[in-house]
Design a binder for this molecule. Structure first.
Ligand code: MN
Ligand code: MN
Length: 305
């Protein structure tokens, strides 16, 4: 049975590209694997796939009874249906260890770097496998996306080094301009329903028994979102009403390097507790906050204790 290699729910560029890159690496090692994803690629991911002539992983909804390999996550909350009866063969990730467990030994490489594709760059070397040119281009973009062109506090020296190596293989001379081009595509919201924007990069967390949803939109200029903000507020209120304690939506300005957070909560005082900033109405500006994983989630986890 070939192993399905898949990233998290609401797949971002790292989940899509890491699936392709890990599948290639497994295949080259003689392990039968197929790239999969829990959804269609975002406009940003589509741009990257087209730019480097890559094909999107096939969308799957249920993994019951299947052999699977996880990339870019290890939480059950981010897993597809049927995970209980799937056999997790391995994990390549860069997040905190989640609650996925296995009944037999697995191959797991989780490193505290900015992107799964940085982990994979190291693994290609470790296994002595050459990275194909088009996959290198995709991996390079995934790292630029996850690290917000090296501006995110999650970015490490290893990520920068990986980008340098991948750029050589892919023949990319100016990585910053490629990154900005990609973020401009990501910023385009015209004609996109508010619901799609909220779920474009959305994750649920269990915070001390409370279900908390946190979404993030990264744009090159916050004013792009002025017109859709009321619709976004309405949409997160609907998501909260489905049985969540809170839903937060981070509107991250990658040039100003901070986030406007939209708030819908049973107890908005958690926001001040977490960040020391007083919300104005149902939003708050958080200077320097770019990373959900490294800045927002840990702060909320403390505030919910
Ligand atoms: Mn991701
Ligand atoms: Mn990632």
């Amino acid at each position: 049975m070939s192993t399905l290699v898949l990233g998290h729910m609401n797949p971002d560029t790292d989940s899509i590209i890491a699936s392709l890159a890990a599948t290639e690496l497994l295949n080259k090692r003689g392990i039968e694997a197929v790239a999969a994803a829990q959804g269609d690629p975002t406009p940003e991911s589509k741009f990257v796939l087209e730019k480097f002539g890559l094909t999107a992983p096939k969308v799957i909804a249920d993994v019951a009874g299947k052999d699977i390999f996880l990339v870019d996550f290890s939480d059950l909350a981010q897993a597809p249906k049927g995970i209980e009866t799937a056999v997790v063969k391995g994990i390549f990730d860069h997040h905190k260890l989640g609650d996925v467990t296995t009944s037999s030994p697995l191959e797991a490489v989780i490193l505290p770097v900015g992107c799964t594709c940085t982990v994979l760059t190291k693994l290609y070397k470790y296994f002595g496998v050459e990275i194909p040119r088009n996959i290198a281009g995709g991996m390079l973009c995934a790292i630029l996306s996850d690290t917000v062109i090296f501006k995110s506090p999650t970015c490490t020296e290893d990520d920068k080094k990986a980008v340098e190596e991948l750029a050589k293989i892919a023949g990319v001379s100016d990585v910053t301009s490629l990154g900005l081009e990609m973020f401009k595509v990501k910023s385009a919201v015209d004609g996109t329903p508010a619901k799609d924007l909220v779920f474009r990069d959305y994750k649920d967390f269990n915070m001390n028994g409370n279900k908390v949803g946190i979404g993030q939109l990264e744009v090159v200029d916050l004013s792009i979102l002025d017109k859709v903000k009321p619709a976004l507020q309405e949409e997160i209120a609907k998501v909260k009403a489905e049985g969540r304690h809170s839903v937060f939506l981070l509107l991250t300005d990658i040039m100003k390097e901070g986030s406007q957070m939209l708030i819908c909560s049973d107890d908005a005082s958690v926001v001040e507790k977490a960040f020391g900033a007083k919300p104005q109405g149902n939003e708050v500006w958080l200077p320097g906050v770019m990373s959900r994983k490294k800045q927002v989630v840990p702060n909320f986890e403390k505030a919910f204790k």
